[in-house]
Write a new protein. Structure first.
Length: 256
């Protein structure tokens, strides 16, 4: 029978080291942190578009905490996961991460959703559409410029939590993303008006033409035709010559 030799001292050292490592991970990332106190609070807002929808004081409000009372408080009384859930409850928040280090610093990292369109109702109410399809309330103190989405169909669309929840919402998001992806369309298209049947009419930033786009299908082909209209036809024939252009039908541009 073959004998197996163990170095007991070496095995004990590795065991202690692994226990220390896992203990440190648990200390810094667990839902309840150890016996230290909060010495500083660092809130980091990731906001690519510089949309100041939420500020530091809003994050404290979402966490239901007061900065002054928090300094010096025991870290063991803070449930990090619960704080993250409170922050994420705001629909403008895409993600939140709350953690501490051994020096007593409490870090709150918040990633905000990026608005790419806005629903507008006749009574002035509305909501923003995030790039992930989330429907978000209109902030009170900050104006955000995006393409407007109006028309009879928007009342039902606004009731959804996310536009990707149904087939039409998926198609509408594909159109909005296509407009957002290119500087040309961001500069040209100001408004999408959706009828009760789901057909879309676009309003340009410049000119008085109504663009009959039809349903948000065959998007790339329709935008290619519309680009021909903007870059080749209007410059030669005059920006105010046509009041209506239709790109709904295959291989056709109808302007009058």
């Amino acid at each position: 029978m073959k004998k197996v030799k163990f170095n007991i001292r070496r095995e004990m050292i590795w065991t202690v080291l692994l226990a220390a490592i896992f203990g440190l991970i648990a200390f810094t990332t667990g839902s309840v942190v150890g016996d230290g106190v909060v010495r500083d609070i660092r809130i980091m807002l990731e906001n690519n578009d510089n949309n100041h929808v939420l500020e530091e004081e809003d994050i404290f409000r979402l966490m239901q905490l007061d900065r002054e009372n928090l300094i010096g408080a025991s870290l063991s009384t803070l449930n990090m996961r619960q704080l993250e859930l409170r922050i994420r409850a705001n629909r403008w928040v895409e993600d939140a991460d709350v953690y501490s280090d051994l020096k007593g610093n409490l870090f709150v990292e918040v990633v905000l959703r990026r608005p790419i369109a806005r629903f507008v109702q006749p009574d002035g109410s509305g909501a923003f559409i995030a790039e992930d399809g989330t429907i978000m309330p209109v902030p009170q103190r900050f104006a955000i410029r995006t393409v407007l989405v109006t028309g009879p169909a928007t009342a039902q669309l606004m009731k959804k939590d996310n536009l990707y929840q149904d087939e039409y919402g998926n198609k509408l998001m594909a159109l909005i993303h296509s407009l957002q992806a290119h500087a040309f369309w961001r500069a040209q298209i100001a408004q999408l008006d959706i009828s009760s049947s789901g057909k879309i009419k676009m309003q340009p930033q410049v000119g008085s033409q109504v663009i009959e786009f039809g349903k948000p299908e065959q998007i790339e082909a329709k935008l290619n035709k519309l680009q021909i209209f903007f870059t080749r036809i209007l410059p030669t024939r005059g920006w105010n010559r046509y009041h209506r252009v239709n790109v709904e039908f295959q291989n056709q541009i109808v302007a009058e």
